[in-house]
Design a protein around this ligand. Sequence first.
Ligand code: GAR
Length: 285
Amino acid sequence: MSFPPFNYVLLSKHLLHKGEDMKRLRLAVLISGSGTNLQSLLDRSQDGRLAADVVVVISDNFYAQGLLRASAAKIPAYVVNYKTHHQEAKYSGSIIALDSLDQTQRILKQPDKALRLQKLAGLVRAEKALIDILDPYELDYICLAGFTRLVSPYFINHYNSKSEHRIINIHPAMLPSFPGLHGYEDTLAYGCRWGGVTVHFVDSGEDTGPIIAQSIYPIWRTDDVDSIRKRGLQLEYELYAQCINWLAEGKVEILSGGPFRTSTLINDEDYPQILKNWVDLAFSK
Ligand code: GAR
């Protein structure tokens, strides 16, 4: 795997000087597809650039290539079949009362309440299956990495409290622009001159949670979706690992100030240099 030497030195400095008292985080990684972000986390965990261990992987897709990556790294991997859970909800109903959940959820937009509740019931069943797998692993964070399912407040409230956010996501666009499943396509189709990638905590909306870090890459006239995805993914790997290291170092402060949107603050004296490294990386690809 290639990475820019300057970034390696910077992260090594953190690990060498602060390694002794730095807690290694226990992570779950949730995937749906190729799992290159998962691979980057596995590689970095192995070679010391990540202060965390991936202890479990779950996919909603039996054919996800990321499952092979987990198995090659000898990490326990599971599949939760959402289709089965939706089917069970259709015939057997919900496992919990759904009314208050429906009032707080912001992901299911069906105006028909019966249909919406049925969808929510299936989601909750699938999420209960996720939780049953995840909890015995005593996790610090759940990292969504190309996981294409929306998560409901049932799942989120199980892991989050007012002061603690434990689910993070990597998104291939400069949020709040272009939420959803097609970040690179939407960025290019809009005619943006810059694209971005975002790591954020997950809340009850679609890609609306508090942002931890963002960076940008230039879009050139010769680019197509494949070339910007390639450029963006290199950034994704750097950002995700850096954010996890900041969490391990206790450098991510959550500001939940009354009427204001919950946001974060990174307490790292190297922050400006790290940001510059990301932009340099984007120009080098
Ligand atoms: C990544 O680009 C990630 O940001 C994106 O899926 C891709 C997964 O790639 N996630 C989303 O679009 C979530 N809304 P990977 O499987 O190779 O890591």
